[in-house]
Design a binder for this molecule. Structure first.
Ligand SMILES: [Zn+2]
Length: 212
């Protein structure tokens, strides 16, 4: 049997003492009344990007879906296992969230793999290349419109373009289309710069990311 890592046990005890106990009534209320978050976040799995920290959220406030490169696949009904789609459906139809935020970020490893196509060179990588191929058309669009850009510039452009692709894919879901059309669901794109802490929000009318 392997032992639970000491540092995780220590961190847990710290959480219990410093965070849980001071907010115990909030947790008890959440346990009995259930969750009622108004915001769904689609974020990257990157350990440097913590939506709850960026938005100063308490438990129960954010419904967070995380995956490599904060991607939402398009609406598909092929009978396969669609984790993002299931989470989206639950958030929109059951929790009735009012906002969905797709949160991209700087220095994204998934985006780097898409730009460099290096995931396919990793012999044990069975899933990343196929997952990131969702952004192949966006990568080709950027290469066509901005030829001669450096790999770093291409990565930043694709990190931001990926947010727009996920928003477009979200809008292929009938439930999202219906509720956004009725004004009961608002969609947002955002981009977090890890080094500076700057959060920028997508203005879809001008197609630009505006720093907050
Ligand atoms: Zn990432």
């Amino acid at each position: 049997m392997s032992y639970f890592p000491d540092h995780l046990a220590d961190r847990y005890r710290r959480f219990k003492l410093r965070h849980f106990i001071p907010h115990q009534e909030d947790y008890e209320r959440l346990a009995t009344s259930g969750q009622n978050p108004e915001v769904m976040i689609v974020s990257c799995r990157d350990s440097r990007v913590e939506p709850e920290a960026v938005f100063s959220a308490m438990p129960g406030e954010l419904f967070v879906v995380r995956n490599v490169a904060n991607l939402v696949p398009p609406y598909e009904t092929d009978g396969k296992y669609h984790g993002v789609s299931a989470a989206l459906e639950f958030a929109v139809l059951n929790l009735r969230v009012k906002h969905i935020v797709v949160l991209g970020h700087s220095s994204c490893g998934g985006i780097r793999a898409c730009v460099d196509h290096d995931a396919t060179r990793q012999t044990e990588a069975e899933f990343i290349a196929n997952w990131m191929s969702m952004l192949d058309p966006a990568r080709e669009r950027i290469l066509a419109t901005s030829p001669g850009g450096s790999p770093a510039e291409l990565r930043v452009a694709l990190e931001r373009e990926g947010v727009k692709v996920s928003l477009a894919n979200l809008r292929t879901f009938p439930c999202v289309q219906t509720l956004e059309g009725r004004g009961r669901l608002a969609m947002h794109g955002a981009y977090f710069d890890i080094a500076t802490g700057q959060l920028s929000v997508l203005n879809e009318a001008t197609d630009t990311f505006v720093p907050l």
